[in-house]
Design a protein. Structure first.
Length: 490
């Protein structure tokens, strides 16, 4: 059996339901395009309500046997899936670049990152313990055991087409849940390829089902899962408005929810920081995926005594970043995902400049490369009146805000409904302790810009959502606790 695949083998154009590749029940199809060129990569099945229902039927049928499989057998399947991901890392990386636009090195890096969650949860599958509760009454034994919640619906965004869905499927399968999933309409091909590899790895029919949908069809498809009482959990990564809609609509059947939503991350540079390290950390955290990540710093606060110096140092580095299609091996930033994304970036920059921001570098579209490119940009003199201070820009734009003292920086950093990632640079140990306690965020990077790891709990507070992915905590969202009380024992 071939385990190393060609790109053409991995491009799947139908839904995967009950172990089979199937067309949409209504026969609809939609185009997936390359954001670098606008060319159609594939025309694929467009799933609606009936397809979502068929996926749930299969997942519900498969659930009892998968739940009852030995944890070590579920772990073995996940380990095989992990091995296949690694074996096919180059071709999966190319597929990510093709449909999402990120440079190949980042696409391949995403495969390794996503695969690390599969390996992590494969190991965790065998370590799901319960408790024997110390005896309270003679003749009674009380214990707590953990059980899979049931069928899980996973809905994911386009910015990490492989990692976002892998880190939902892996814990779900590890604990014994079955899955119905729907990737984003811009980037369904990577998820379909991943599911093909899962099938090759021995995931039984019905245990993992994936439908692809256009934006239009996604609404009725997901609504079917929201209203179906057999779907016991929704795990979603995406924007806050859609997360709120899912929470409202799933209330009727009281599903468990994990919501990894939007961020508006602050990045604070204190005057006692190592400025070279802060520039490096900012480049790593801000320009990954062209600034299209939920943990990208969106607001950079710099203490006034180092403000001009830091701005100069940063702008010099940002001006050297190479913007090019993923096919160029020197590319550091690719195209944005679509025209809507570039329009939003341009709107934010124009608004900031009209309100007094100074452009240190960038600040324009790169139309010679194509319609979806935007220059890496640094703006000085940003203020809280500008749109980019309260909305995620989701692009390669760094606005620099000035602050005088620690209290002002903390207040500004927390002055947002969001609370996913936050970052700060300081060499003062007491300040590090104070600031880490006061930042309202699920994640704090301290003198560090690269924070993600399969071993760490990833997730937000406030309107960035709830639930955690990765780490030992990442299993909890897929489990419920059953209390057993056995009497008549003496
Ligand atoms: P989005 O909310 O528009 O879409 C996410 C998913 O939801 C897609 O699969 C989409 O088809 C689906 N969807 C959209 N509207 C729907 C509806 N009415 N009914 C059912 N399904 C619907 O988000 P996006 O633009 O694809 O992704 C970017 C957002 O995701 C940003 O806000 C970013 O911060 C966030 N994000 C968060 C994390 C995290 O871990 N917290 C990670 C990555 C991205």
């Amino acid at each position: 059996m071939a385990t190393k695949f060609e790109l053409s083998d991995l491009i799947r154009t139908e839904h995967f339901i009950d172990g089979k590749w199937v067309a949409s029940i209504g026969g609809k199809r939609f185009d997936v395009t390359n954001p670098a060129t606008g060319e159609v990569i594939a025309t694929i099945a467009d799933g609606g309500e009936a397809d979502a229902r068929a996926a749930t039927d299969a997942a519900a049928r498969a659930f009892p046997a998968w739940r009852d499989a030995l944890p070590k057998d579920r772990a073995a399947v996940l380990h095989r899936w992990h091995a296949l991901m690694l074996e096919n890392a180059d071709v999966l990386g190319r597929l990510i670049s093709l449909e999402q636009g990120k440079p190949f090195a980042e696409g391949r890096g995403e495969v390794l990152y996503g695969a690390s969650y599969v390996a992590w949860f494969a190991d965790e599958a065998t370590r799901i313990y319960g408790d024997l509760i110390p005896q309270q009454q003679r003749g009674k034994r009380m214990s707590a055991v953990k059980e899979p919640v049931g069928v899980v619906a996973a809905i994911t965004p386009w910015n990490f087409p492989l990692a976002m869905i892998a880190r939902k499927i892996a814990p779900a399968l590890a604990v014994g849940c079955t899955v119905v999933g729907k990737p984003a309409e811009d980037t369904p091909l990577t998820a379909l390829a991943l599911v093909m590899l899962a099938h090759e790895a021995g995931v039984p029919p019905g245990v993992l089902n994936l439908i692809a949908s256009s934006r239009e069809s996604a609404v009725p498809a997901v609504a079917d899962w929201l209203h179906d009482g057999r779907v016991r959990k929704i795990t979603f990564t995406g924007s806050t408005p859609v997360g709120k809609y899912l929470a409202r609509e799933s209330a009727e059947t009281l599903k468990k929810l994990s919501l990894e939503l939007g961020g508006n991350a602050p990045f604070i540079v204190f005057d006692d920081a190592d400025l070279d390290a802060a520039v490096e950390g900012l480049l790593v955290s801000k320009f990954r995926n062209g600034g299209q990540t939920c943990v990208c710093p969106n607001r950079v606060y710099v203490q006034s005594s180092v403000y001009e110096k830091f701005g100069d140092m940063l702008a010099k580095r940002v001006a050297t970043l190479k913007v090019a299609p993923a096919t160029d091996s020197a590319a550091q930033i690719g195209p944005m995902i679509n025209a809507r994304a570039v329009d939003k970036i341009a709107r934010h920059v124009d608004d900031a400049v009209s309100k007094g921001a100074r452009t240190l570098t960038g600040g324009k579209r790169l139309t010679a490369l194509g319609p979806n490119y935007y220059a890496p940009t640094v703006l000085a003199d940003a203020t809280s009146e500008m749109q980019l201070s309260c909305e995620e820009t989701f692009g390669p734009v760094v606005p620099l805000f000035r602050f005088e003292d620690e209290a002002e920086a903390i207040h500004a950093a927390n002055d947002t409904p969001f609370g996913l990632a936050s970052y700060f640079y300081s060499q003062d140990v007491r300040r590090i302790d104070r600031v880490s306690r006061q930042l309202e965020a699920g994640i704090v990077g301290i003198n560090e810009g690269a924070i993600s790891s399969e071993a760490a709990p990833f997730g937000g507070v406030k309107e960035s959502g709830y639930g955690r992915e990765g780490s030992k905590y990442g299993l909890d969202d897929y489990l419920s606790i059953k209390y057993l009380c056995q009497g008549g024992l003496d």
